[in-house]
Each structure stands twice: as C-alpha cells, then as structure tokens.
Design a protein. Structure first.
Length: 165
C-alpha cells in the first residue's frame, strides 16, 4: 500500500504548507491591529489557533507509518475546525472586498488588504479539503487492514464441498 503512504505524505505536506500560510497571513493581520479588542478579533484568533494545531499535527503525522492512518477521527475534527474557520472568515469579510472568490483586481502591495484576506480564506478552504481527504484515506486504510473478529460460537463457516444433508 505504498500509494496510500505517498498520498498521505503529500497531503500532510500540503496541510503543513497551507496552515503555515494561513498562520503567517493571519498573524500579520493580528499584529497590525494589536491594540484592538480581542472580542472583535475572535474569528482571526480562532483561525490562528486552528492553524497552529494543524501545523503541530501535520509535523507529527508527516512520517509515513501505518499508525498515522488510525488518526482519521482527529483529521476529520481538524477538517471541521478548518471549515468553521473558513465560514467565520467569509462571514467577517461580508462582501466588503467584493465576492469572496472574485480574484480580479487583486494586487499584492504588502499591506493588509483584500488580497491578504482572500488568500487567507482560500488557503483555509484548501486546508479543510486536505484534512478531509486525509480522514477519508484513513477510514479507507483502517477498514481495509482490520478484520472483524470472528466469534466461533455464532459464526461457523461451512465448507463448500459439504452438504447439509
């Protein structure tokens, strides 16, 4: 199952990269508004915490061991956390920079502008998708490599060449 190991490693690298991008862009915004009320910045703080946890777990589970597949519930939970962060950030943007996925007229001038917010939202969505695919791959791997316990009292396999008579 070398394909699953390689796919898992590629997904973990993508998760690590996307989380680092979100943490960097979001951290830059949080640094630029450091005097603001923390209640108003709750969405960004939540996204930063999710990015930090994603970086931690992606580094820990980056190595392709078969044990990394049994963590699919955590992968699914982090995927849900990323989808929540994506929704909160989209709701915060609230059309002030145009449509969320309208990338026309984006300029990268180094200031905390609409392009930075849209990039943060896009990479949060990509990270959520990668974590979800990791969870699905983990479910597939676990179901494929675990056998149901055969209870000999209730389950008895009949030989194909023996009849009931």
């Amino acid at each position: 199952m070398i394909f699953a190991d390689l796919l898992s490693m590629v997904l973990r690298l993508a998760e690590l990269a996307f989380a680092a991008i979100v943490a960097g862009l979001n951290g830059d915004y949080l640094h630029s508004v450091r005097g603001a009320d923390s209640w108003q910045l709750g969405r960004h703080i939540y996204a930063e915490v999710v990015a930090g946890l994603s970086i931690l777990f992606a580094i820990i589970w980056l190595f392709p061991f078969s044990g990394s597949f049994v963590h699919w519930p955590v992968d699914f939970a982090i995927s849900v956390a990323w989808f929540v962060a994506f929704g909160l950030l989209v709701d915060w943007l609230n059309g002030s920079c145009g449509d969320v996925f309208d990338w026309r007229g984006i300029d990268f001038d180094g200031t905390a502008s609409c392009s930075q917010f849209k990039a943060t939202i896009a990479f949060a969505f990509l990270s959520a998708i990668c974590w979800l695919v990791s969870a699905i791959l983990g479910i597939y791997w676990v179901r494929r490599h675990t056998r149901a316990p055969a209870d000999s009292a209730h389950y008895r396999r009949r030989r194909w060449y023996r009849s009931r008579v």
